[in-house]
Design a binder for this molecule. Sequence first.
Ligand SMILES: NC(=O)c1ccc[n+]([C@@H]2O[C@H](COP(=O)([O-])OP(=O)(O)OC[C@H]3O[C@@H](n4cnc5c(N)ncnc54)[C@H](OP(=O)(O)O)[C@@H]3O)[C@@H](O)[C@H]2O)c1
Length: 329
Amino acid sequence: MRAVLCRQWGTPDTLTLEDIPSPQTGADEVLIDVKACALSFPDVLTIQGKYQIKPAFPFSPGVEVAGIIKAVGSGIGGNAGFKPGDRVFGRVANGCADEVIAKPDFLWQLPPAVGFEVGAGFAMNYGTSYYALKVRGQLKAGETLLVLGASGGVGLAAVELGKMLGARVIACASTTEKLEVCKRAGADDTINYETENLREAIKRLTQDRGVDVVYDPVGDKFADPAVRGLAWGGRYLVVGFAAGEIPKVALNLPLLKGGAIVGVWWGGLIKNDPAQARRLTQELVNLIADGRLKPLISATYPLAQTGDALADLMARKVTGKIVVVTGDA
Ligand SMILES: NC(=O)c1ccc[n+]([C@@H]2O[C@H](COP(=O)([O-])OP(=O)(O)OC[C@H]3O[C@@H](n4cnc5c(N)ncnc54)[C@H](OP(=O)(O)O)[C@@H]3O)[C@@H](O)[C@H]2O)c1
């Protein structure tokens, strides 16, 4: 089978497409014929050795796939509800390959109405943003939500989910085209945070009151004005640092605002409270199957162009989610 391999820390152009033996299915595992593998910013960080998880070499990027079960281990039987031929999606390691091994504990049946590309691409983004807004941020209907990096993977999911939860959503991005994508996903107002003064724009759009929740997957220079833009009792959700620099925040700011700085890590939730992660994922599956959420897959790439896909993420060229397909998705 083909697999995209990372043999040393490096940029996307150092990845190689190689023919390797199919993985062996253990007793408590299933083998998936991969149709689509989604990519995210953490994959960009992982291949460079900059992510909090550092896989052993060689590994393939991509931790989210959708496909068809090819084989099940002897311990799976019918008990786990999986059998060859099932359309599934789930969290794996080494996803950018023709075949991948998965454990049944974070594997799901893909509803018939949901295609492989959406199936591969929604769980991390929507899981992160749903957990962030609903659980960590306690976002309520009628509150105002400010989303940084709002046209990106987790950001656009936060825009859509924020609207679904009844909030007024202010989306921030770096270009007019990206802000248009946010509006189509439901954003009420937009700020170009590269050309406008973020602090002043927040004041203008909230009549000096500030926002109730900030969703921040970008960090760097935007964090300080966004924390200062919180309303009394506001919550600042720390999601990621796509712009590179991990910001330092003066602790007098949450004090003065009676506010909270709240960390969000979806992978950490899966590890530490898998039951809650599964509950939230099931809710999202239902919302997508019912058409209440419409994840944007903005581009697909053949497996051989996985490096180009990751380079586009690095170059800030991506909106919504991007997906690598193995050929017959
Ligand atoms: N906490 C969690 O559980 C969790 C889960 C998934 C992802 N994350 C983190 O969230 C962040 C975003 O991930 P994602 O997959 O949504 O990425 P993405 O699709 O690439 O979106 C990131 C956004 O950040 C903005 N950005 C600003 N400066 C950037 C720079 N120098 N390089 C790249 N993007 C820049 C871009 O929007 P503009 O051009 O409009 O500024 C871009 O749309 C990453 O740091 C990732 O590690 C965290």
